[in-house]
Design a protein around this ligand. Structure first.
Ligand code: FES
Length: 312
Protein backbone atom coordinates (compact mmCIF):
# COMPACT_ATOMS: atom_id res chain seq x y z
CA UNK A 1 0.00 0.00 0.00
CA UNK A 2 3.06 2.25 0.33
CA UNK A 3 3.15 2.63 -3.46
CA UNK A 4 -0.47 3.76 -3.59
CA UNK A 5 0.11 6.15 -0.68
CA UNK A 6 3.12 7.70 -2.48
CA UNK A 7 0.95 8.08 -5.55
CA UNK A 8 -1.80 9.84 -3.55
CA UNK A 9 0.73 12.29 -2.15
CA UNK A 10 1.11 13.77 -5.63
CA UNK A 11 -2.33 15.35 -5.47
CA UNK A 12 -2.90 18.73 -3.86
CA UNK A 13 -5.90 19.58 -1.70
CA UNK A 14 -7.29 21.54 -4.66
CA UNK A 15 -6.95 18.43 -6.88
CA UNK A 16 -9.03 16.43 -4.40
CA UNK A 17 -11.78 19.04 -4.07
CA UNK A 18 -11.94 19.54 -7.84
CA UNK A 19 -12.12 15.80 -8.44
CA UNK A 20 -14.81 15.19 -5.84
CA UNK A 21 -16.82 18.09 -7.28
CA UNK A 22 -16.49 16.60 -10.77
CA UNK A 23 -17.49 13.12 -9.59
CA UNK A 24 -20.37 14.39 -7.45
CA UNK A 25 -22.92 14.04 -10.24
CA UNK A 26 -22.10 10.32 -10.43
CA UNK A 27 -22.41 9.75 -6.68
CA UNK A 28 -25.74 8.32 -5.56
CA UNK A 29 -27.96 11.18 -4.29
CA UNK A 30 -28.04 9.73 -0.80
CA UNK A 31 -24.32 10.41 -0.37
CA UNK A 32 -23.70 13.35 -2.67
CA UNK A 33 -23.89 15.94 0.12
CA UNK A 34 -22.54 13.57 2.78
CA UNK A 35 -19.35 13.07 0.77
CA UNK A 36 -18.80 16.82 0.43
CA UNK A 37 -19.50 17.29 4.13
CA UNK A 38 -16.95 14.61 5.04
CA UNK A 39 -14.30 16.36 2.92
CA UNK A 40 -15.12 19.63 4.73
CA UNK A 41 -14.81 17.95 8.14
CA UNK A 42 -11.43 16.38 7.33
CA UNK A 43 -9.52 18.97 5.26
CA UNK A 44 -6.19 17.85 3.87
CA UNK A 45 -4.47 21.26 4.36
CA UNK A 46 -5.10 21.07 8.11
CA UNK A 47 -3.61 17.58 8.35
CA UNK A 48 -0.59 18.59 6.27
CA UNK A 49 0.00 21.68 8.40
CA UNK A 50 -0.14 19.64 11.61
CA UNK A 51 2.14 16.94 10.15
CA UNK A 52 4.70 19.60 9.20
CA UNK A 53 4.52 21.54 12.46
CA UNK A 54 7.69 21.60 14.57
CA UNK A 55 5.61 22.52 17.62
CA UNK A 56 2.29 20.73 17.16
CA UNK A 57 0.51 22.01 20.32
CA UNK A 58 1.47 25.59 19.39
CA UNK A 59 0.15 25.07 15.86
CA UNK A 60 -3.10 23.63 17.21
CA UNK A 61 -3.47 26.71 19.41
CA UNK A 62 -2.74 28.97 16.47
CA UNK A 63 -5.59 27.37 14.53
CA UNK A 64 -7.86 27.57 17.60
CA UNK A 65 -8.55 23.85 17.38
CA UNK A 66 -11.02 22.38 19.85
CA UNK A 67 -12.40 18.85 20.06
CA UNK A 68 -11.08 15.81 18.23
CA UNK A 69 -9.62 16.56 14.82
CA UNK A 70 -7.83 14.30 12.40
CA UNK A 71 -8.53 10.76 11.29
CA UNK A 72 -5.89 8.77 13.16
CA UNK A 73 -8.35 7.45 15.77
CA UNK A 74 -11.43 7.32 13.59
CA UNK A 75 -10.29 5.54 10.43
CA UNK A 76 -13.28 3.19 10.56
CA UNK A 77 -15.87 5.54 12.01
CA UNK A 78 -15.37 9.12 10.74
CA UNK A 79 -17.73 8.36 7.85
CA UNK A 80 -20.52 6.66 9.77
CA UNK A 81 -22.95 9.38 8.64
CA UNK A 82 -22.33 8.38 5.02
CA UNK A 83 -24.86 5.80 3.77
CA UNK A 84 -22.14 3.74 2.05
CA UNK A 85 -20.28 3.42 5.36
CA UNK A 86 -21.97 0.02 5.51
CA UNK A 87 -19.77 -1.00 2.57
CA UNK A 88 -16.57 0.24 4.20
CA UNK A 89 -15.04 -3.29 4.47
CA UNK A 90 -15.46 -3.76 0.70
CA UNK A 91 -14.08 -0.29 -0.08
CA UNK A 92 -11.12 -0.73 2.27
CA UNK A 93 -10.33 -4.13 0.74
CA UNK A 94 -10.56 -2.65 -2.77
CA UNK A 95 -8.05 0.06 -1.82
CA UNK A 96 -5.68 -2.49 -0.29
CA UNK A 97 -5.81 -4.59 -3.47
CA UNK A 98 -4.73 -1.83 -5.86
CA UNK A 99 -1.45 -2.69 -7.53
CA UNK A 100 -1.29 -0.13 -10.32
CA UNK A 101 -2.95 3.25 -9.86
CA UNK A 102 -4.10 5.19 -12.92
CA UNK A 103 -2.45 8.58 -13.23
CA UNK A 104 -5.70 10.53 -12.90
CA UNK A 105 -7.30 10.86 -9.45
CA UNK A 106 -10.87 10.57 -10.71
CA UNK A 107 -10.01 7.36 -12.55
CA UNK A 108 -8.42 5.96 -9.40
CA UNK A 109 -11.49 6.70 -7.27
CA UNK A 110 -13.70 5.13 -9.92
CA UNK A 111 -11.45 2.05 -10.07
CA UNK A 112 -11.82 1.56 -6.30
CA UNK A 113 -15.60 1.99 -6.54
CA UNK A 114 -15.75 -0.55 -9.40
CA UNK A 115 -13.81 -3.10 -7.38
CA UNK A 116 -15.91 -2.52 -4.24
CA UNK A 117 -19.36 -2.53 -5.81
CA UNK A 118 -19.13 -6.15 -7.00
CA UNK A 119 -18.65 -7.80 -3.56
CA UNK A 120 -21.00 -5.22 -2.01
CA UNK A 121 -23.62 -6.06 -4.67
CA UNK A 122 -24.57 -2.46 -5.31
CA UNK A 123 -24.14 -0.06 -8.17
CA UNK A 124 -20.92 1.89 -8.50
CA UNK A 125 -22.70 5.16 -7.69
CA UNK A 126 -23.50 3.90 -4.20
CA UNK A 127 -19.85 3.40 -3.21
CA UNK A 128 -18.24 6.12 -5.33
CA UNK A 129 -18.23 8.76 -2.58
CA UNK A 130 -17.01 6.20 -0.07
CA UNK A 131 -14.14 5.27 -2.42
CA UNK A 132 -13.02 8.92 -2.44
CA UNK A 133 -13.30 9.08 1.35
CA UNK A 134 -11.34 5.85 1.75
CA UNK A 135 -8.49 7.07 -0.44
CA UNK A 136 -8.36 10.43 1.35
CA UNK A 137 -8.29 8.56 4.66
CA UNK A 138 -5.25 6.60 3.44
CA UNK A 139 -3.66 9.86 2.28
CA UNK A 140 -4.05 11.43 5.72
CA UNK A 141 -3.26 8.53 8.07
CA UNK A 142 -0.59 6.70 6.05
CA UNK A 143 -0.39 3.06 4.94
CA UNK A 144 0.52 1.48 8.30
CA UNK A 145 -2.37 2.98 10.26
CA UNK A 146 -4.76 2.38 7.37
CA UNK A 147 -3.83 -1.30 7.13
CA UNK A 148 -3.97 -1.73 10.92
CA UNK A 149 -7.56 -0.42 11.23
CA UNK A 150 -9.90 -3.42 11.49
CA UNK A 151 -12.30 -2.08 8.84
CA UNK A 152 -15.38 -2.43 11.04
CA UNK A 153 -18.78 -0.97 10.32
CA UNK A 154 -20.17 1.32 13.06
CA UNK A 155 -23.88 1.27 12.36
CA UNK A 156 -26.88 0.73 14.59
CA UNK A 157 -29.08 -2.24 13.65
CA UNK A 158 -31.95 0.17 13.05
CA UNK A 159 -30.08 2.20 10.46
CA UNK A 160 -28.49 -0.85 8.84
CA UNK A 161 -31.96 -2.26 8.22
CA UNK A 162 -33.10 0.88 6.35
CA UNK A 163 -32.91 1.12 2.58
CA UNK A 164 -31.64 4.17 0.69
CA UNK A 165 -35.19 5.04 -0.26
CA UNK A 166 -36.39 4.89 3.35
CA UNK A 167 -33.56 7.15 4.54
CA UNK A 168 -34.16 9.69 1.77
CA UNK A 169 -37.90 9.64 2.52
CA UNK A 170 -37.26 10.26 6.23
CA UNK A 171 -34.96 13.18 5.40
CA UNK A 172 -37.53 14.75 3.08
CA UNK A 173 -40.48 14.31 5.44
CA UNK A 174 -41.75 17.26 7.44
CA UNK A 175 -43.54 16.98 10.78
CA UNK A 176 -47.31 16.73 10.71
CA UNK A 177 -48.64 19.98 12.18
CA UNK A 178 -52.16 18.76 12.83
CA UNK A 179 -55.39 19.33 10.92
CA UNK A 180 -55.01 23.08 11.06
CA UNK A 181 -51.26 23.05 10.54
CA UNK A 182 -51.36 25.88 8.01
CA UNK A 183 -52.79 28.12 10.74
CA UNK A 184 -50.08 27.31 13.27
CA UNK A 185 -47.70 29.84 11.71
CA UNK A 186 -44.92 30.67 14.16
CA UNK A 187 -45.95 27.74 16.39
CA UNK A 188 -44.93 25.07 13.90
CA UNK A 189 -42.54 22.51 15.33
CA UNK A 190 -39.82 20.79 13.35
CA UNK A 191 -37.66 17.77 14.12
CA UNK A 192 -33.91 18.29 13.84
CA UNK A 193 -32.03 14.98 13.59
CA UNK A 194 -28.36 15.25 14.49
CA UNK A 195 -27.28 11.60 14.17
CA UNK A 196 -29.25 9.33 11.86
CA UNK A 197 -27.54 6.36 13.49
CA UNK A 198 -29.35 6.90 16.79
CA UNK A 199 -33.17 6.81 16.80
CA UNK A 200 -33.45 9.33 19.65
CA UNK A 201 -30.77 11.74 18.42
CA UNK A 202 -33.16 14.57 17.66
CA UNK A 203 -34.55 17.76 19.16
CA UNK A 204 -37.38 20.11 18.26
CA UNK A 205 -37.05 23.55 16.67
CA UNK A 206 -39.87 26.08 16.73
CA UNK A 207 -40.56 27.71 13.36
CA UNK A 208 -37.78 30.21 12.52
CA UNK A 209 -35.73 29.25 15.58
CA UNK A 210 -32.00 28.86 14.94
CA UNK A 211 -30.65 25.35 15.35
CA UNK A 212 -28.26 26.18 18.21
CA UNK A 213 -31.04 27.73 20.31
CA UNK A 214 -33.38 24.87 19.50
CA UNK A 215 -30.72 22.37 20.61
CA UNK A 216 -30.76 23.99 24.08
CA UNK A 217 -34.15 22.40 24.71
CA UNK A 218 -32.42 19.01 24.72
CA UNK A 219 -31.27 18.59 28.34
CA UNK A 220 -29.62 15.19 27.94
CA UNK A 221 -25.98 14.72 28.83
CA UNK A 222 -23.58 15.18 25.88
CA UNK A 223 -20.38 16.36 27.51
CA UNK A 224 -19.04 12.84 28.05
CA UNK A 225 -19.22 12.28 24.27
CA UNK A 226 -17.98 15.71 23.22
CA UNK A 227 -16.13 17.83 25.78
CA UNK A 228 -17.03 20.99 23.83
CA UNK A 229 -20.72 20.63 24.73
CA UNK A 230 -22.01 22.92 27.47
CA UNK A 231 -23.93 21.02 30.18
CA UNK A 232 -27.70 21.23 29.69
CA UNK A 233 -27.35 23.13 26.42
CA UNK A 234 -27.79 20.30 23.98
CA UNK A 235 -25.66 18.35 21.51
CA UNK A 236 -24.36 21.28 19.39
CA UNK A 237 -21.22 22.89 20.87
CA UNK A 238 -21.61 26.67 21.07
CA UNK A 239 -19.81 29.67 22.51
CA UNK A 240 -20.87 33.05 21.17
CA UNK A 241 -24.24 32.36 19.48
CA UNK A 242 -23.43 35.31 17.21
CA UNK A 243 -21.32 33.86 14.35
CA UNK A 244 -18.14 35.03 16.07
CA UNK A 245 -16.42 31.82 17.20
CA UNK A 246 -17.13 29.13 14.57
CA UNK A 247 -17.81 26.49 17.24
CA UNK A 248 -21.30 25.59 16.04
CA UNK A 249 -20.58 24.66 12.42
CA UNK A 250 -22.62 21.70 11.17
CA UNK A 251 -23.10 19.74 7.97
CA UNK A 252 -26.63 19.66 6.56
CA UNK A 253 -27.19 16.18 5.23
CA UNK A 254 -30.87 16.64 4.45
CA UNK A 255 -33.22 19.63 4.21
CA UNK A 256 -30.73 22.43 3.49
CA UNK A 257 -33.50 24.14 1.54
CA UNK A 258 -35.64 24.24 4.69
CA UNK A 259 -33.18 26.44 6.55
CA UNK A 260 -33.10 30.22 6.27
CA UNK A 261 -30.79 31.45 3.50
CA UNK A 262 -27.26 32.46 4.42
CA UNK A 263 -27.08 36.17 5.17
CA UNK A 264 -24.10 38.42 4.70
CA UNK A 265 -22.86 38.20 8.29
CA UNK A 266 -22.83 34.38 8.30
CA UNK A 267 -21.17 34.26 4.86
CA UNK A 268 -18.46 36.69 5.95
CA UNK A 269 -17.75 34.80 9.15
CA UNK A 270 -17.62 31.45 7.34
CA UNK A 271 -14.83 32.85 5.21
CA UNK A 272 -12.99 33.98 8.35
CA UNK A 273 -13.25 30.49 9.85
CA UNK A 274 -12.19 28.85 6.60
CA UNK A 275 -15.39 26.81 6.22
CA UNK A 276 -16.19 28.85 3.13
CA UNK A 277 -15.40 26.37 0.39
CA UNK A 278 -18.60 24.43 0.96
CA UNK A 279 -20.59 27.29 2.38
CA UNK A 280 -21.12 29.18 -0.85
CA UNK A 281 -24.61 29.76 -2.19
CA UNK A 282 -27.69 30.68 -0.21
CA UNK A 283 -28.39 27.21 1.20
CA UNK A 284 -25.07 25.39 1.42
CA UNK A 285 -24.28 22.09 3.15
CA UNK A 286 -22.10 23.74 5.81
CA UNK A 287 -23.81 26.20 8.15
CA UNK A 288 -23.39 27.93 11.49
CA UNK A 289 -26.10 26.44 13.69
CA UNK A 290 -26.53 29.73 15.55
CA UNK A 291 -27.48 31.46 12.28
CA UNK A 292 -29.47 28.78 10.41
CA UNK A 293 -33.18 29.01 11.21
CA UNK A 294 -35.52 26.06 10.76
CA UNK A 295 -38.53 26.21 8.45
CA UNK A 296 -38.94 22.45 8.19
CA UNK A 297 -37.44 19.18 9.46
CA UNK A 298 -33.72 18.83 8.81
CA UNK A 299 -30.97 16.31 9.30
CA UNK A 300 -27.55 17.57 10.36
CA UNK A 301 -24.13 16.18 11.26
CA UNK A 302 -22.07 17.70 14.06
CA UNK A 303 -18.31 17.72 13.35
CA UNK A 304 -16.09 16.52 16.22
CA UNK A 305 -13.93 19.66 16.18
CA UNK A 306 -13.84 23.35 15.28
CA UNK A 307 -11.14 25.86 14.58
CA UNK A 308 -10.09 28.71 12.35
CA UNK A 309 -8.67 26.78 9.44
CA UNK A 310 -8.35 29.86 7.25
CA UNK A 311 -5.11 30.34 9.23
CA UNK A 312 -3.77 27.16 7.65
S1 FES B 1 -21.87 29.73 18.51
FE1 FES B 1 -20.21 30.95 17.84
S2 FES B 1 -20.46 30.94 15.69
FE2 FES B 1 -22.22 29.93 16.40
Amino acid sequence: MQKLYDHLCRYSAADWIRTVDTLAVNIDPIDREATRIWFAFYPLPLQLALDAAADKPATERKFGLMGQWGLANTIDSSHRFVYAHRYWPEVKAAIAAIEQAPSELGALITQVADAACRPARVERAVVLGMAAIGLMTLRQVGPQAFAAAPGKVHLSDALRAKSREQILKTRAKDDWQGLFGALRGAKKLWTVRFDENEPDAEFIAIQSQDLASAAQSDKREYRSKDARCIPNEGPIPVECRAASCGTCWVGVIGGAEKLSPVEKHEATRMKVFGYAELSEGTRPVIRLACQAKAYGAVSIVIPPWNGIISRV
